[in-house]
Design a protein around this ligand. Structure first.
Ligand code: TXA
Ligand code: MG
Length: 332
């Protein structure tokens, strides 16, 4: 396994060519996107895509996002490509937006977990763009972490989680957005928000009108709109608990139990210190900057050996929806 460091804004063409060559041979390669690091493979090759599922321990029912260099490449993978997708692509691609559309025959079933739809994204990160252009194939790429765990925002997070399972990691430094793309489903009768992200629901609704979704984590499985969204996800190794104000008796007992066993309790705070923590990471009280630092904070507290992580509950307002979503799922 090798990690090769590149300049995020003008990556070394020789290193990009090496990554593209491995991908064209059907190998998996981890690389930065503007959201989180992805674990890429040739989306047109079932054998290559199988390597992603194996490396991540990803359940076979969880479909993978396909990354392409531009809208023209996206169109070729859709059947049909909806007119409204052009409006969204015009406004937000390249960028942290994923569109679910009906798939063309070019996409094998293993990518979509047998569903007739495919999730497509044109990433903005110069390294992801350079790899897509050099490889000249669509790349299936989920986040480059073990299934269910915290997504990587730095190359060393990928190394920690997938060491020995991926032949090449391209290190382009820390990612900018910090949480995964907004996912919008355009394949049904009405557009649905499947996963909130940096591109806010309100901005999407100005283009699409009122959006359904996303499914509540606790909601019964309503036709599995996005299988990966209904499970414990984004979680650190430590147990994660959201807390605000006076801790419950139950939480105090959990903190005490960790301390009695000589364990560490960590905290992620943006305003007020939770009860009983030994070590903490403070994040900015602005949702974009908080999102950028959140996964780094969770990786960091895991690295410090925390067994329990208390996260100060973020504000209950629309601009915090994507952060709320990730924390709720990580705490289940
Ligand atoms: O920002 C991102 O989206 C990152 C970077 C690497 O691009 N990727 C990412 O992939 O977060 P992943 O696999 O960790 O999350 C993909 C989500 C899953 O929840 C999956 O269920 C959903 O997208 N998804 C993929 N294909 C789908 C489809 N055809 N229909 C509905 N949901 C789909
Ligand atoms: Mg993921």
């Amino acid at each position: 396994m090798a990690t090769l460091r590149v300049d995020a804004s003008s990556p070394d063409p020789a290193i990009i060519a090496r990554a593209a060559e491995l991908l064209r041979e059907g190998q998996i390669v981890a690389f930065p996107t503007e959201t989180v690091y992805g674990l890429g493979a040739d989306a047109t090759s079932p054998e290559a895509v199988r390597r992603i599922y194996e490396a991540k321990g990803r359940p076979a029912h969880n479909p993978i996002i396909v990354h392409v260099a531009d809208v023209a490449a996206a169109r070729r993978l859709a059947a049909p490509w909806p007119a409204i997708a052009d409006v969204l692509a015009d406004k937000w691609w390249p960028g942290p937006l994923t569109l679910v559309v009906r798939k063309s025959a070019a996409i094998p079933d293993i990518v979509t977990a047998g569903q007739p739809t495919v999730a497509l994204r044109v990433p903005a990160h110069p390294v992801a763009q350079a790899i897509l252009k050099a490889a000249r194939i669509p790349l299936a790429a989920p986040s480059a972490n073990l299934s269910g765990r915290t997504s990587p925002t730095q190359a060393r997070h990928v190394e920690k989680s997938l060491a020995g399972r991926v032949p090449l990691i391209i290190d382009g430094g820390p990612t900018d957005v910090g949480i995964e793309s907004t996912v919008v489903d355009l394949s049904g009768p009405a557009p649905r928000l499947l996963r909130p992200g940096l591109i806010a629901r309100g901005d999407l609704e100005r283009v699409l009108g009122p959006l359904q979704g996303p499914a509540e984590p606790e909601a019964p499985d309503a036709g599995r709109p996005s299988p990966g969204l209904l499970e414990r996800h984004y979680a650190p190794a430590a147990a994660l608990v959201l807390t605000a104000g006076t801790p419950s008796a139950e939480l105090r007992a959990r903190v005490d139990a960790v301390h009695e066993e000589g364990g560490l309790v960590g905290a992620v705070v943006h305003h007020i210190l939770p009860h009983g923590c030994d070590t903490l990471v403070a994040l900015p009280a602005e949702p974009g900057a908080y999102a950028r630092g959140l996964y780094r904070a969770l990786h960091e507290l895991d690295d410090r050996g925390c067994r329990l992580v208390l996260v100060e509950t973020p504000p209950d307002s629309p601009d915090w929806a994507a952060v709320q979503d990730r924390l709720t799922r990580a705490s289940r």
